[in-house]
Ligand binder design. Structure first.
Ligand SMILES: *Cc1c(COP(=O)(O)O)cnc(C)c1O
Length: 375
């Protein structure tokens, strides 16, 4: 193979495009002499909130912290049960456990997102569920109207994990808009990535935003006055400036490019051994990932075929969260068998879908997928 490998993410191309803007932002913060929670964080929070159609955004140190802060701002108490999905980044559940709560895992639908039908049943049958943490996985938006009805009928709070879904919407309603507080991440691979770690909490009211600002900063409400037991989870001025000046202005084009690549894959991939994973109805996806499915006993062979032809790929996610060794002996519950989520963890393969893919590379991914034959 003489052609360059097609990578799952290509940070060198990102740097070639955005490097000058990153250096300028860095220069300005360095010269300002103010490095933590200053003007840049405030300015980024405003522009981010406007982009996400949310009244308030509060920057913090990671997506993991953003979920924990969101839950705590909504008043989560030790022992509260939280309905969530077994197929996600481990951080979704880790945040629930760090908040002192008990995760209740519910199966996914065919798309790999929380099955809202099963969630409804779980909420009726399991006592003590006070929160739902749904994940807009792969950048697909869950049905926001049904989520809202679930929260209304069962009197539970929703904290959306939008770490993969910034810019996604369900029937023109932006993700994050059904919960009073929702969370996102700026980990470099995310659709809006920093040059390091970062996250944000979106809040519907000034009061919630104030609680989140306090929680990210040791629970301070005034200088040296601590009302809550908070975290050190502040967003750096440097990352905020990089995000606002170099990354956020590029995000609309990046999202458009991801959607184009997804469309090309959906039209071009035609291999009886490779199923294109379904997308929830009504979802206007941000296409963080593009998963396809192959039979579980063929997955290794398929991934080797891709690798041999220089196509990077990944698995999201190979181990269900309740099966993770770290949860052994911890307090959690399962609602039902989780068999759909388990099948997806055995069959899913993610293809490259970053915004710096060249046209020729997209075609190469399609033809390589189509040239594979299951044995
Ligand atoms: C990345 C991710 C997180 C965690 O974000 P970090 O910034 O890495 O802590 C949480 N949930 C989902 C769905 C993610 O993809």
């Amino acid at each position: 193979m003489s052609a360059q490998p097609v990578q799952l993410n290509d940070f060198k191309r990102l740097w070639a495009d955005a490097g000058d803007a990153v250096v300028a932002a860095t220069q300005a913060v360095g010269a300002s002499g103010w490095y933590v929670l200053g003007k840049e964080v405030a300015a980024f929070e405003q522009e981010l909130a406007a982009f996400a159609h949310s009244p308030f955004a509060v920057g913090c140190a990671s997506g993991l912290d953003a979920i924990e802060i969101a839950l705590r701002a909504q008043g989560i108490a030790p022992g509260d049960r939280v309905l969530t999905t077994p197929l996600s980044a481990f951080a979704t559940t880790l945040a629930i456990i760090r908040a002192g709560a008990v995760p209740v895992f519910c199966d996914t639908d065919e798309s790999g997102l929380l099955d809202l039908e099963a969630a409804d049943a779980a909420l009726r049958e399991v006592a003590g569920i006070r929160y739902i943490v749904p994940v807009h996985l792969f950048g697909h938006a869950l049905d926001l109207e049904r989520l809202w009805r679930l929260s209304d009928v069962h009197d539970v709070q929703i904290v959306e994990d939008s770490a993969q879904a910034i810019g996604a919407a369900w029937r023109d309603k932006p993700v994050g808009s059904v919960s009073g507080v929702s969370a996102t991440s700026f980990y470099p691979t995310k659709n809006l990535g920093a040059l390091g770690d970062g996250g944000a909490v979106f809040c519907a009211t000034e009061e919630l935003a104030q609680t989140c600002r306090s929680l990210r900063d040791y629970g301070q409400t005034a200088k040296y006055e601590h009302t809550l037991l908070g975290l050190n989870s502040r967003l750096d001025e440097l990352q905020a400036a990089i995000l606002r000046q170099a990354m956020l202005p590029r995000l609309p084009n990046w999202l458009q490019r991801r959607a184009e690549v997804a469309e090309r894959y959906r039209r071009g991939i035609a291999n009886p051994g490779v199923a294109i994973a379904s997308v929830p109805e009504g979802s206007q996806s941000s296409w963080h990932l593009f998963p396809v499915r192959v039979a579980a006993d063929q997955r290794t062979g398929f991934m080797e075929h891709l690798k041999r032809h220089g196509i990077g790929c990944g698995i999201h996610y190979p181990i269900l969260i309740p099966d993770q060794p770290a949860l052994k002996g911890r307090s959690f519950e399962r609602w039902g068998e989780l068999s759909r989520a388990r099948l997806l963890s055995q069959e899913g393969v993610s293809l490259p879908i970053h915004p710096y893919l060249h046209e020729e590379e997209v075609e190469r991914v399609v033809s390589t997928v189509n040239s594979w034959s299951a044995r």
